[in-house]
Design a protein around this ligand. Structure first.
Ligand code: ILE
Length: 428
């Protein structure tokens, strides 16, 4: 009989999981919790069977077990990677994460991957992190690392905390979930692009279980349950920390149509691509005209009170006023940049200035020049912006301290949203 019927006859769904704050853990009162655990529980309920969670001794064993069909599903925050796609069948993508290089505060912060070759780097054996390092090693042959078969991400974070190793790599969702346990640990930089997470199954000809999983994700997405779970487990993740692509796809359908004509009109007036204004507004407010932040910025384009005043805005929550003022402000920043900076860099500079102000951006450009890099290139200035939060650097600048990594993320996210919106338009 098909696998799905076998599971129902057996009365038990066998799910592989990992102990991790993002997938499976025991709460103080002995209750079981975890994003993956709760998802699996709902799926078992749907089939009318009991859930049996199995935690293999390590990730490599988990991957073998699922490949050989010794369990039904691996629901463990698994990254969908090229190598794994050859061996496993993945269900729908339910989340995206980046791989982050972690070090301990007080030690020197590595600026990029070449800075870590002299320290000890340890990662979970058989993980997506190993796959990423192997790819990076093609460019940087001296890159080396140890693979740990006993510890999971949390254990490796502990080793960094204890200074037994210098660095580890963990997924961004796990880093956020564990951050409060390890307040001294810091993310140095992302070592991967955003990568999808999904459940894994055996790649058999029998698709019965797979199709049920697809329906399940479709249903919990439509009912809003998936969102609630994501909010419950990842809700504390800060506004800039990750790009939730599922959410934007949904809001492109539910929210964007109401504002599209305003974006187009403002874009025409100020000479921008309307998709860019839409992407900024998404980054700013998720297209919620009443959005407010703790720093007092407000509305679709998240204008500060003073910017709004300068631009004659009487009601920051009014979508039309907000969009036109946001576009006008962006246009004025764009025009005040040095003539010789051409697009696309010019646009990215204007976006960065929208987030942090022209003064701080100028400071970062001065730093960029002082270290022999090109102050007119966004990819060079992007490297210098985070220095504005370091005393050694900001003490010498004109405008002083700034959380310089914010504009970098702002530009990065907005560009991602821009691509998604453009792509979406192509398909409709
Ligand atoms: N997402 C990562 C992977 O799939 C985790 C590594 C599970 C600890 O390899």
């Amino acid at each position: 009989p098909p696998q799905l019927d076998q599971i129902k006859e057996r009365g038990e769904l066998r799910v592989l999981n990992r102990y991790s704050l993002t997938s499976y853990y025991v709460k103080g009162n002995d209750a079981l919790a975890g994003f993956e655990y709760e998802l699996a529980e709902r799926f078992a309920d749907r089939l009318g069977v009991k859930l049996k969670v199995i935690v293999p001794e390590n990730l490599g064993t988990m991957l073998h077990m699922i490949e050989e069909g010794r369990a039904d599903i691996a629901a463990a925050g698994l990254t969908v990677t090229e190598q794994r796609k050859e061996l496993l069948r993945f269900g729908p993508v339910y989340h995206e994460v980046t791989q982050q290089l972690v070090y301990k505060h007080g030690n020197i912060r590595p600026k990029d991957i070449t800075d870590i070759v002299n320290g000890t780097l340890e990662v979970v054996a058989d993980s997506s992190h190993v796959e990423q390092l192997q790819a990076l090693q093609q460019e940087i042959p001296e890159l080396s690392w140890r693979e740990n078969k006993e510890l999971d991400s949390r254990g490796l974070l502990e080793l960094v905390q204890l200074e037994l190793i210098d660095y580890t790599i963990v997924d961004s969702n796990e880093m956020s979930a564990n951050q409060s346990l390890f307040p001294e640990l810091r993310v140095a930089f992302d070592i991967s692009d955003p990568q999808p997470l999904a459940w894994a199954m055996a790649p058999t000809d029998d698709e019965s279980l797979y199709l049920e999983v697809v329906d399940f994700f479709h249903d919990i997405e439509a009912s809003g349950e998936l969102d609630k779970l994501i909010e419950k487990y990842y809700g504390h993740i800060r506004r800039f920390d990750y790009v939730d692509t599922r959410a934007i796809h949904r809001r492109i359908q539910t929210h964007l149509p109401q504002y599209k004509d305003l974006f187009k009109a403002a874009a025409d007036e100020y000479g921008f691509d309307w998709h860019l204004l839409a992407a900024m507004a998404y980054q700013e407010s998720h297209w919620n005209p009443e959005a407010v932040s703790s720093t007092g910025v407000k509305g679709l384009m998240m204008l500060t009170r003073s910017t709004a005043k300068q631009l004659g805005v009487t009601d920051r929550e009014d979508p039309e006023q907000s969009i036109f003022a946001g576009a006008a402000y962006l246009a004025s920043l764009y025009s005040r940049l040095p003539e010789r900076i051409k697009d696309p860099d010019r646009t990215w500079f204007a976006l960065a200035a929208y987030n942090t102000g022209l003064g701080h951006l100028e400071d970062a450009r001065v730093i960029t020049q002082s270290i022999g890099k090109n102050p007119d290139s966004w990819s060079d200035v992007r490297e210098s912006l985070p220095l504005l939060s370091k005393k050694k650097w900001y003490s010498k600048t004109k405008h002083g301290y700034a959380r310089g990594s914010e504009p970098v993320r702002y530009v990065q996210n907005t560009r991602r949203y821009l691509n998604i919106i453009l792509h979406h338009e192509d398909m409709t």
